[in-house]
Design a protein around this ligand. Structure first.
Ligand code: AMP
Length: 191
């Protein structure tokens, strides 16, 4: 199985690259942001609890996220060629829990870290905010999401770096250029 963890600041292109990986590698896309947004839409009690956290740019508690991933992995089809973890793990505790869960399922994963300059991600997110309808694509919330990314999520990259499971990608250029780097790495990893 080819399991990929896509890390990167909000607006770094994780969703766009995931779409390409689904198309070209047949991987299953697990976007925790999408899962949480559909939970909010469903009006469930969990949705109600997390709505304001997301709108304020804060993280949903680890235990909730770990439970969601556990449920996803327990219900994975046997013939799944691999998973793209888009937006998970976002804390070191989530990363440690993922290692345990993957080991239990006899799986592993590599991290691809999309690096994009801060000015560029802000520009992209404000542009997306004009059409996305997302409560968190506004300047104030973007600033909070970036702060959390640097303080809480960036250490997750070091977690994988120190385990030799880490590749850095320059995501500042075109979608095609970013994808070409990812494709080269995944071809090597699969050998
Ligand atoms: P995203 O669509 O990945 O940008 O996620 C949108 C929001 O969902 C984030 O700003 C967080 O509030 C929440 N979220 C998504 N994934 C996680 C996660 N792994 N841990 C905690 N909160 C998350």
């Amino acid at each position: 199985m080819l399991n990929v963890i896509l890390c990167g600041a909000p607006g770094s292109g994780k969703g766009t690259q995931s779409d390409l990986l689904v198309k070209n590698y047949g991987l299953k896309h697990l976007s925790t942001g999408d899962l949480l947004r559909s939970e909010i839409k469903s009006g469930s009690s969990l949705g109600k609890q997390i709505e304001s956290l997301i709108a304020e740019g804060n993280l949903v508690p680890d235990h909730t996220m770990i439970h969601l991933i556990e449920h996803f992995l327990d219900n994975l089809e046997k013939d799944c060629p691999g998973i793209i973890f888009d937006g998970y793990p976002r804390t070191v505790d989530q990363a440690e829990a993922l290692t345990l869960m993957l080991t239990r399922h006899k799986m592993s994963a590599v991290m691809l870290d999309l690096y994009v300059e801060e000015d560029e991600v802000i520009k992209r997110l404000l542009e997306r905010g004009k059409v996305s309808g997302r409560a968190d694509d506004n300047y104030e919330t973007i600033k909070q999401r970036l702060k959390i990314f640097h303080e809480v999520t960036k250490p997750v990259c070091y977690y994988y770096l120190t385990r030799h499971n880490y590749f850095a990608i320059n995501g500042n250029n075109s979608v095609e250029n970013t994808y070409a780097q990812i494709d080269t790495i995944l071809q090597l990893v699969q050998k």
